[in-house]
Design a protein around this ligand. Structure first.
Ligand code: ZN
Length: 276
């Protein structure tokens, strides 16, 4: 799933690779997918997008977007991209294929679920999109310690750290993927309640949110995700399904994966202690 670091990486790649190209054709929903979301009828995408020039991109939470004339093409959740060169064979199965005037193309497929929205700029008013556009991302100076402490004070202190950080769009684009390394770096177990965190824990957590997300973005995204060119990111995850078989790189002990709050959590039971 796309989260904050990958969204920034992809938006940057769109801006370097696609800006200036004009959409020659748009084909949506060629391979119908039960959990693919479009704006209105995907059969209308070509009429809506043809002739539009890519002018820019933006990263909002977990949603990279492309600006094409007066239209916005917004990508969310489980989108996998592939940039196709001139003459490169176009695969048969995809959920969106945009052909450009220089004979390159971008293809999108959907993993478990995802959205490929195409709407006139300024016409969408939904909770997730607005939250992602309005709240300061942890990469900015506006996301400072005061902001983070206020965010903590705005919720019940019996919430777990995972629920606080990765639900309700409190930090848009911060999901169950980036959570694990962020908490491991801060040595905090995802099940711990907010009221159990000391000042030092809060400081470590705040610092880790900033530094871990920056490391992930600057590394080209996590190695469990793909970029605009279909390549895995260069940031090597510390805790993920890929790393579960390896020992903890701090203490050398075994790592754990458990189901918790609608998804798996990964942690080191020695470095990230939790008492019921
Ligand atoms: Zn450990």
């Amino acid at each position: 799933m796309l989260e904050l670091p990958e969204t920034c990486v992809i938006a940057d790649q769109i801006s370097k690779t696609l800006v200036g190209k004009t959409i020659k054709s748009a084909v949506a929903n060629t391979s119908p997918h039960s959990f693919a979301w479009y704006t209105g009828d995907p059969a209308e995408y070509n009429a809506r997008l043809v002739g539009k020039k890519i002018t820019g991109s933006a990263a909002y939470g977990g949603r990279p977007e492309m600006h094409a004339g007066d239209m916005v093409i917004s990508f969310l959740d489980g989108i996998r991209f592939r940039y196709l060169e001139v003459g490169e064979k176009r695969p048969d199965k995809h959920q969106l294929l945009l052909e450009f005037d220089d004979d390159t193309a971008i293809m999108c497929t959907i993993q478990m679920y995802g959205g490929l929205l195409a709407f006139v700029d300024g016409t969408v008013d939904d909770f997730y999109y607005n939250a992602a556009k309005e709240k300061p991302p942890p990469y900015t100076d506006a996301f400072d310690r005061v902001y983070f402490d206020d965010l903590r004070k705005s919720v019940k202190q019996t919430l777990s750290v995972k629920a606080f950080l990765a639900t309700e769009q409190r930090i848009p684009g911060f999901g169950n993927g980036v959570l694990h390394d962020t908490l491991w770096n801060a040595r905090i177990n995802p099940r711990r309640k907010l009221d159990s965190l000391s000042d030092n824990d809060m400081e470590a957590l705040f610092d880790s949110i900033k530094s871990t997300l920056t490391e992930m973005r600057d590394g080209g995204g996590r190695d469990t995700e793909r970029d605009l060119f279909g390549k895995p990111g260069g940031y090597q995850t510390i805790l993920s399904s890929k790393r579960l078989a390896y020992p903890c790189c701090n203490c050398g002990g075994g790592l754990k994966r458990e189901a918790y709050l609608g998804g798996n959590i990964y942690f080191c039971p020695t470095c990230q202690k939790w008492e019921k």
